[in-house]
Design a protein around this ligand. Structure first.
Ligand code: SF4
Length: 338
């Protein structure tokens, strides 16, 4: 029989530690139980990080990809995709704009390809770092030797979503790749001195509650400094285009589970929640999140970065309003972690 979740149960588990069945109970909690979990998750976040959140800026700078993930509109085998890449000067101008708006974490994101060279990216990182920004990368798997180049130029964190801890599902969703290699690459990033960020795509067809519990254990074992969950939304032109979207309410429970189980990890309120729920990102903060990402990809290009179709783009005003509505004070990443 499922455990009934009460405030006392949560307090006891925060002391004794959450086991597999406890995490399963959190993910399958009723709405009333979920409210108790969100309250406890906020309390843990505030104890660990204070009542603060920070904004980072993302620019998606290239969308050609050599991979064929079943859920992604930029996959190699999508012939309809329009391909773009931004140049060095454009990226630095966008970073300057972010800096002028008080943002101090700049997130360089691209599909996985050789369309941008390692030395070119090193020079971009160095110039953005020079502005006074922390640089975070999300560019997939490359040559191991590139990692030192980028780390020495000033990139300090690398995001690589593991997407699912279910081996079979991973290999089905990412043909030609294995979960073991993905995990090994995350460990390689760590060895090269990066903070790491990872997390699942919730709602992939065939995913189970048990595999989401495995995602939580994997994040714990990786000691991820940033743990993130996005909700699956089908992208046009992909084999999954007719599949149902993931459940954002389950996504909110997953955020609370990350906060209660992992405690001192940064958790972003991702845009898929805003796309799927009224005040979706505010609700992520209510469930324990403490980061929000503003999209600064040039407007004329961002619709071509089709990780899902018809995306919600987070603007600065929306991000600031959401932080305030959640009763949090905006800070920078450096200040939050000091
Ligand atoms: S999810 Fe990333 S690696 Fe996979 S096809 Fe899309 S851009 Fe490429």
């Amino acid at each position: 029989m499922r455990t009934k979740i009460t405030s006392e149960w949560i307090d006891e588990k925060l002391k004794s530690g959450f086991l597999r069945d406890d995490l399963r109970s959190i993910l399958t909690s009723t709405d009333d139980e979920a409210e108790l979990l969100y309250l406890a998750a906020r309390k843990v976040r505030d104890e660990v990080f204070g009542k603060k959140a920070f904004i980072r800026a993302v620019v998606e700078f290239a969308n050609s990809c050599r991979c064929s993930c079943l859920y992604c509109g930029m996959r190699l085998n999508n012939p309809d995709g329009i391909r773009f890449s931004l140049d060095h000067a454009e990226l630095c101008a966008i970073a300057q704009k972010a800096y002028d708006n008080g943002i101090r974490t700049f997130f360089l994101q691209a599909a996985e390809s050789e369309s941008y060279g390692a030395v070119w990216l090193r020079d971009v990182i160095a110039d953005i770092k020079e502005l006074g920004m922390g640089v975070l990368l999300c560019v997939g798997v490359h040559h191991e030797s590139d990692l030192d180049l980028w780390r020495q130029a000033g990139a300090y964190k690398f995001i690589l979503k593991h997407e699912t801890a279910d081996r079979e599902l991973f290999e089905k969703m990412k043909p030609g790749f294995t979960l073991e290699d993905r995990i090994e690459w995350l460990k390689t990033l760590r060895r090269h001195g990066y903070h790491i960020g990872s997390g699942p795509l919730l709602g992939l067809p065939g995913q189970t509650i048990d595999s989401l519990v495995d995602d939580l254990f994997l994040l714990r074992d990786l000691h991820a400094e940033m743990s993130s969950v996005s909700v699956f939304l089908p992208a046009a032109g992909t084999p999954l285009e007719d599949e149902p979207t993931g459940d954002p309410e389950l996504g909110l429970r997953f955020i609370a589970a990350m906060r209660l189980f992992l405690r001192d990890t940064l958790i972003p309120a991702t845009s898929t929640f805003e796309k799927l729920l009224p005040n979706g990102q505010y609700r992520c903060f209510e469930a324990g999140a403490n980061v929000i990402t503003v999209n600064m990809t040039p407007q004329k290009l961002r619709d071509d970065y089709t990780i899902y179709s018809d995306r919600f783009y987070v603007g600065l005003e929306h991000a600031r309003k959401t932080i305030r509505k959640a009763g949090l004070v905006e800070t920078t990443e450096g200040e939050l972690l000091s």
